[in-house]
Design a protein around this ligand. Structure first.
Ligand SMILES: *Cc1c(COP(=O)(O)O)cnc(C)c1O
Length: 228
């Protein structure tokens, strides 16, 4: 089953079309291929079709795949899942980006564990924009204090924000994220990235200024967690 190349082509085609419509994103938007639970062979298929940025949710899975694909040094690895402190080293040593920072303690560990030989780890703060009780992320009021603390850590580079809105809350949530992103950039002009939008809602995210969309199902098909 190698329709990954076709799915990718279709996704980039749809992205270009949507960008032309809203005429704001054009060359600024990155498509991340979310490869969690998928075998490395599928990542290689996407790579051979031109994809370079990949996203993973589980620290061990990220580390294992990054090691298996070490001979593809131009892959950009994005960690987008929840991170416990006993797993930070895996992310510090393998990721180029982390989208899910919500606690200073985790950021401090990443800063300490990031190898000096690697470029700085790019950091996005995760906002619990739909204010869901059980969901990851900080609330809006915590954004600037956490940004301030993170921006002072060595080996990390504050680059922006990430959110996973609750189903049905997309438009309001994306609009709120756009405002927060503007607020953050007033203090941290380099923190321009806004990671939001998945297979089902990315076109709406784009109209509210998403700069990174995270597509799993649309590229690799449905996930089968049983196989994990
Ligand atoms: C799994 C996941 C995605 C991709 O979801 P799809 O609906 O398959 O596109 C994007 N972002 C995060 C944080 C995820 O966990």
């Amino acid at each position: 089953m190698n329709n990954i190349a076709e799915q990718l082509q279709l996704a980039y085609h749809n992205l270009a079309q949507k960008c032309a419509q809203v005429s704001i994103c054009a060359d600024k938007v990155q498509l991340l291929a979310v490869s969690k639970t998928k075998p490395v062979e599928h990542i290689v298929s996407a790579y051979q079709a031109g994809q370079r940025q990949f996203a993973e949710n589980y620290p061990q899975e990220l580390a294992k795949k990054a090691e298996q694909l070490a001979n593809y040094p131009d892959i950009g690895w994005h960690f987008i899942g929840p991170l416990q402190s006993n797993k930070t080293k895996l992310v510090a040593e393998h990721a180029h980006w982390i989208h899910s920072i919500e606690r200073l303690k985790i950021a401090q560990r990443l800063a300490a564990q990031r190898p000096a030989t690697m470029a700085k780890l790019n950091v996005l703060l995760q906002i619990n924009i739909s204010a869901e009780a059980s969901k990851a992320g900080i609330n809006a009021a915590q954004m600037l204090p956490l940004a301030e603390a993170v921006s002072q850590l060595p080996q990390l580079e504050l680059k922006g924000l990430m959110a996973i809105p609750a189903p049905g809350d997309g438009e309001q949530a994306f609009a709120a994220m756009q405002q927060l992103s503007k607020q953050l950039q007033q203090h941290y002009p380099q923190a321009t990235e806004l990671s939001m939008g998945m297979s089902d809602d990315w076109p709406l995210a784009l109209t509210y200024g998403a700069t990174m969309i995270r597509l799993g199902t649309a590229i690799f098909g449905a996930r089968d967690y049983q196989q994990e």
